[in-house]
Ligand binder design. Structure first.
Ligand code: GTP
Length: 912
């Protein structure tokens, strides 16, 4: 507030003269004692006075703080004592100097101005260089026109240029362009007249128009080149990404708004089109290479590229060199029902680790070897920015099938394929035997058919092919396959036994497959035979005889006496005629694998039933997961044959492994396709196995958490053929109860090996051999480990043992013990016994009067008795290990290398 000089004198306790003098000294205007002094003047006066008294304005303020605490220290005497610790802290604040601030502001403004000027200069320079480039281009174009078609007008020249761009192969080589460039540079500079100026302007306008056309053409050419390159990548990435309509699906998503010509071509206009084409190619190869083996860095680059909404950065465009339009390679990832993680990663060209990480983010804890389902895979694929293509698991097979269908022709009537079904011991094999007039049943262990066989017989009414399916319930799965492959089911029902569980099952299977049924009421020779009861029981299951108004032919037969056999065959033939069974005879064969096994000497042996076409020796057969050329072909009687038409069963050699019984087979002309389908099927099988294993692991984990007492019976199972293996696995699968789980931890076809024994030892599993034995190393290992190996030749014997072990009913029972093993070293003819064998007893003792088995390649091939046992010329009752002997097997001719195993059945305390 303004005050008079007098008032100020009073406030400061001084005279008015003093104030007036001080005001004058401070440089303020002179005044009288009643004049007002403004606030600003008062401030100035105070500042002057402070300065004149030597006082500087404070620019720094110091603050001090002090804290006191205590600490425990050890004194010189060694005693601990408490001391006070004082901490002082000083903080200095600097008061901003207005002058300094002003200077700083001025400096900043100056720098900003300089930067602006610099930017403007740079912009000008860039424009200049752009203009220069445009001029160079115009000159190049003019020179090109002049050198190519001087007579034509500029419009025509432009067309030529456009044409050349569209067809890069017809373009001019680079050196010619360079020459035209040279021509331009050596031209003398003329003084420009008015007419010249007009002409120049017209030329410039025309050149500008051409330049735009040129730019447009180049853009199109670059786009086309990019398309071609991407097409190549697409083809490389996915050879089988055909859509329903047969066109190839796009593999790469390109961004529509990405500018191509400017960024791509840039100042590379001097370059020839040919060079550009080469560079596009090179760029594509480089990009593909990077894509194929990119690491984390590569992926980061990809992400950056992905987020880029526009083309190349201007800085890159100014590099004066060709740059490939960089775009993430988007793969079409085909996924079937499920996929192994490592395969998925490979298909997306990323590391498995990355896939695992992405799944972890989704809350899925997985490992490299795990399989994930189609939906989860779809999420992962989307996450990585690729295209998810769900594929039918049978797509490749379907394609092959179409190829086979196209080639087949000459449709003819074919023999019916008949499956004989029925309850155990109702006489299926005996009936077939009778039909074939060959005994098959007598040599079988336990009287059970062990695997599916197929036979064809010629009757008065034509050829009929029979599939001989085993009777035990364990073969249900295989039997249902048999029903699918067959035209007619003959249901055998014993007249003295009637309807049994497997009779019902057979009816269900035949119905499910839509296969006509013919009932053979067997054992009619027996006194206890009651066919009416059988018919009554069948009618309950809606199997009604023709006499009762139904549609099921029923024939009373006796496999023993041969009664009704001819009638049965006739009924089968009539039924077949009614069905008008036909198949193409020409063209590639296809059908079903009935049975397969690995033979030590011959490799994989597969029984096939040809359903259509003709199978020839030398054909390339794809069966299940395996393919190979048919090296040799035999019929069911072991006769070598060269061809097999529809409905004919054959045994073939030439596949690398034994395909699963029930697999479809077909002949393919293209080995590459066969390999692809085989690989695909193998991968699918692997996925299924892994899926099952994972499920098992999880289930086990869950169950063991739920019930502490749940015991698990681990089993390692080896069998002679795939058919029995599958049957046993199915049967064992069904045995698990709430208290005891049955877990087959390993299974396979062939002898029990050392590794099987080691696995059994480590996993506390029981070793079960069905019609197979342990090989020498396996046996030695089992002896060392003190492991018991259980051998079986009858399926229900094995199942019963497992059941008994599970239920704790391990009562003493009859069990086999192997007493001795002799190896056949020589075979010679004996007038008395036929074939006699010279043997070496390898283990234990060979007894003349005890039952024996003949083993070939560690598989049981015969069970029976010895006809004679000799030491030199003498008949003996026993021969001990290490001794030679001569023997003859009753009803069987042994071969060199066979083993004769003598066993006996005795009562033992049971334990598993
Ligand atoms: N009396 C009599 N016995 C028969 C007849 N058919 C079969 N058998 C006997 O019945 C038993 C079982 O015969 P198989 O032919 O092995 O019976 P299957 O149905 O093939 O048996 P699995 O292969 O075990 O399913 C044998 O002892 C035969 O001798 C028949 O018509 N009359």
């Amino acid at each position: 507030m303004a005050k008079t000089v007098k008032q100020l004198a009073q406030i400061s306790n001084t005279t008015t003269e003093t104030i007036l003098k001080q005001l004058a000294d401070a440089g303020l205007p002179s005044r009288n004692e009643d004049d007002l002094v403004t606030d600003t003047e008062q401030d100035k006066l105070v500042a002057f006075l402070k300065q004149s008294h030597g006082e500087q304005p404070k620019s720094r303020i110091s603050l001090k703080s002090k804290t006191t605490s205590t600490a425990q220290v050890t004194g010189t005497s060694g005693k601990a004592k408490t001391v006070n610790v004082v901490r002082t802290k000083k903080v200095v604040y600097e008061k901003p100097d207005p002058a300094k601030i002003e200077a700083e502001i001025a400096a900043q403004a100056k720098a900003a101005e300089e930067a602006r000027l610099k930017a403007a200069e740079e912009k000008q320079a860039a424009e200049r260089s752009k203009q220069e480039a445009a001029e160079r281009q115009a000159a190049t174009l003019a020179a090109m026109r002049a050198s190519s078609e001087p007579a034509k007008n500029s419009e025509a020249n432009a067309t030529v240029v456009v044409k050349k761009v569209k067809k890069p192969e017809g373009v001019k080589p680079a050196d010619k362009v360079e020459k035209t460039e040279k021509k331009k540079t050596v031209k003398p500079v003329k003084q420009e007249s008015a007419a010249d100026k007009k002409a120049r302007e017209a030329r410039e306008a025309e050149e500008e128009r051409l330049r735009q056309m040129e730019a447009e053409t180049r853009r199109k050419a670059a786009e086309e080149a990019q398309k071609r390159t991407l097409e190549q990548m697409k083809q490389m990435a996915s050879r089988y990404s055909e859509t329903d309509d047969g066109t190839t699906a796009a593999i790469v998503r390109t961004k529509d708004d990405a500018p191509l010509a400017d960024g791509l071509v840039g100042a590379a206009l001097e370059e020839s089109f040919e060079k550009e084409r080469r560079e596009i190619k090179r760029g594509a190869a480089g990009t593909a290479g990077r894509g194929a083996k990119k690491g984390r860095k590569g992926q980061q680059e990809e992400r950056e590229i992905k987020t880029r909404s526009k083309g190349l950065k201007s800085s890159q465009a100014n590099k004066h060199k060709f740059e490939m339009p960089v775009e993430k390679i988007v793969h079409n990832v085909e996924v079937g029902e499920s996929i192994v993680l490592s395969d998925l990663a490979q298909k997306m060209a990323v590391k498995v680790r990355e896939v695992i990480k992405s799944l972890m983010k989704m809350g899925e804890m997985v490992r490299e070897s795990d399989t994930i389902d189609q939906m989860t895979a779809a999420l992962v694929i989307e996450e990585f920015g690729h295209n998810f293509i769900p594929v039918s698991d049978t797509q490749l097979e379907d394609d092959l099938q179409v190829a086979v269908d196209e080639k087949s022709g000459n449709v003819q009537t074919r023999p019916p394929v008949v499956t004989i079904m029925g309850h155990v011991d109702h006489g299926k094999t005996s009936l077939l035997d009778k039909i074939r007039a060959t005994k098959v049943a007598s040599g079988e262990a336990g009287g059970i058919t062990q695997h599916i066989g197929a036979y064809h017989v010629t009757t008065d009414r034509g050829v009929i092919t029979f599939l001989d399916t085993p009777g035990h319930a364990a073969f249900t799965a295989m039997r249902s396959r048999g029903a699918q492959a067959t035209d007619i089911v003959v249901l055998v029902v014993a007249a003295d036994d009637g309807m049994m569980p497997q009779t019902e099952e057979a009816i269900d299977h035949a119905r499910a497959a839509g296969t006509p049924l013919i009932v053979a009421i067997n054992k009619m020779d027996k006194d206890t035979a009651d066919p009416d009861r059988v018919i009554n029981e069948l009618s309950v299951k809606e199997v009604i005889p023709e006499e009762w108004g139904g549609d099921t032919p029923m024939v009373k037969v006796s496999a023993k006496s041969g009664m009704g056999i001819d009638e049965l065959l006739e009924v089968i033939s009539i039924q077949a005629e009614l069905m008008e069974l036909e198949a193409p005879v020409d063209g590639a064969a296809q059908g079903v694998v009935i049975e397969s096994r690995l033979d030590k000497g011959r490799g994989a042996v597969a029984s096939l039933l040809v359903k259509r076409g003709t199978l020839n020796q030398g054909d390339l057969v794809l069966a299940g997961e395996y393919y190979g050329k048919v090296r040799a072909m035999t019929d069911e009687n072991g006769q070598r044959i060269k061809t097999a038409g529809p409905s004919i069963p054959v045994e073939i050699l030439g596949l690398p492994e034994a395909p699963a019984a029930g697999s479809e087979f077909l002949v393919v002309s293209d080995e590459k396709k066969a390999r692809e389908v085989a690989d695909f099927r193998a991968a699918r099988e692997r996925e299924r196995v892994l899926e099952r294993q994972n499920k098992m692991r999880l289930d086990t984990l869950f169950e063991s958490m739920g019930s502490a007492e749940a015991a698990t019976l681990n089993i390692i199972l080896k069998t002679d053929v795939r058919g029995s293996l599958e049957a046993l696995l199915n049967a064992l699968d069904e045995l698990s109860t709430d208290e005891v789980k049955v877990r087959v931890i390993s299974s396979g076809v062939g002898a029990i090996t050392e590794s099987d024994v080691i696995l059994a030892e480590s996993s506390e599993a029981v070793l079960l051999g069905f019609n197979v034995r342990a090989d020498t190393a396996g046996k030695r290992k089992a002896d060392e480990a003190g492991l018991d190996i259980r051998y079986y030749s009858v399926i229900y014997g094995l199942i019963d043992d497992v059941k008994a072990a599970m239920s704790g009913m391990l009562a003493p029972e009859h069990r086999e013990q192997i007493l001795g093993i002799a190896e056949v070293r020589d075979v010679f003819r004996s007038s008395k016994f036929g074939a006699a064998a010279g043997c070496m007893v390898q283990e234990g003792t060979i007894y003349r009067n005890k039952p024996i088995r003949v083993l070939r390649d560690d598989k049981v091939i015969f069970t029976g008795h010895l006809q004679s046992l000799r030491r030199y010329k003498d008949d003996v009752n026993e021969v001990k290990a290490g001794m030679e002997c001569g023997l003859a097997v009753k009803g069987y001719e042994v071969a060199v290398g066979d083993k004769i195993e003598v066993f006996e059945i005795h009562e033992v305390k049971r334990e598993l």
